[in-house]
Design a protein around this ligand. Structure first.
Ligand SMILES: Cc1cc2nc3c(=O)[nH]c(=O)nc-3n(C[C@H](O)[C@H](O)[C@H](O)COP(=O)(O)O)c2cc1C
Length: 194
């Protein structure tokens, strides 16, 4: 089983990063091959809204030759894709949203019938890890809804697990949350043992 982890915080060694590392460790303990990509290291240009081209053709983005084609190839080659992100302004971080917008070319839509003719990510398994500062789980609600909307509804992916850790602010705060880190490990192991 191939597991691809997207680290979607600009802070390497921060809370999202550590949580993802534990998840991937758990995945490896169950025999999975893992890969981690730092989204903030990637060249991801903004979608320019010329979607008539990338939607109607079974095609990649006609405008940008940045890291998105490589990222899509990695996604398509993976069995499970895990996203790990901080809550920013009660929402997912901006670069992750730019990445999702640019992933719209993975679908092909017939604009006359409005039928989806191809959806390359359909059925792919996904997991979501989130961290946030305020000790209130409500802060993770909206970003989780955004993940669900995009992964499950737009791309028809299958969210098979999620974990949120609140009350972490500075990089490394999550090291004190041993139970949460263990939960991430267990989740990675469980999802790869299925
Ligand atoms: C621009 C920005 C916006 C943030 N907005 C929120 C927020 O709305 N709610 C919250 O609980 N924490 C918020 N935080 C705090 C981060 O979610 C928190 O520090 C998290 O642990 C950072 O994760 P990281 O170490 O993976 O970068 C925000 C942080 C930044 C930099």
């Amino acid at each position: 089983m191939k597991v691809l982890g997207f680290m979607a915080s600009p802070r390497k060694g921060g809370n999202s990063d550590m949580l993802l590392d534990r998840f991937l460790e758990g995945a490896r303990s169950a025999g999975a091959a893992t890969e981690k990509i730092n989204i903030y290291d990637c060249d991801i240009q903004y979608c320019q809204g010329c979607h008539l081209k990338c939607w109607v053709n079974n095609d990649t983005c006609p405008r940008w030759r940045d890291d998105m084609d490589m990222l899509h190839d990695r996604m398509l080659a993976s069995d499970l894709i895990v996203f790990s992100s901080p809550v920013y302004m009660g929402a997912p971080p901006a670069k992750l949203m730019a990445f999702f917008e640019r992933s719209i070319d993975q679908k092909t839509v017939n604009l006359e019938t409005l039928k989806v003719e191809n959806n390359k990510l359909s059925g792919k398994k996904a997991a979501v890890l989130q961290v946030n500062f305020f000790n209130d789980p409500a802060y993770q609600k909206l970003p989780m809804l955004v993940y669900e909307r995009i992964l499950s509804e737009v791309f028809k992916m299958n969210i098979v697990g999620s974990l949120g850790v609140a009350d972490v602010r500075e990089p490394g705060d999550i090291a004190k949350k041993k139970e949460s880190l263990q939960e991430a490990y267990n989740l990675g192991a469980k999802l790869c043992a299925l």
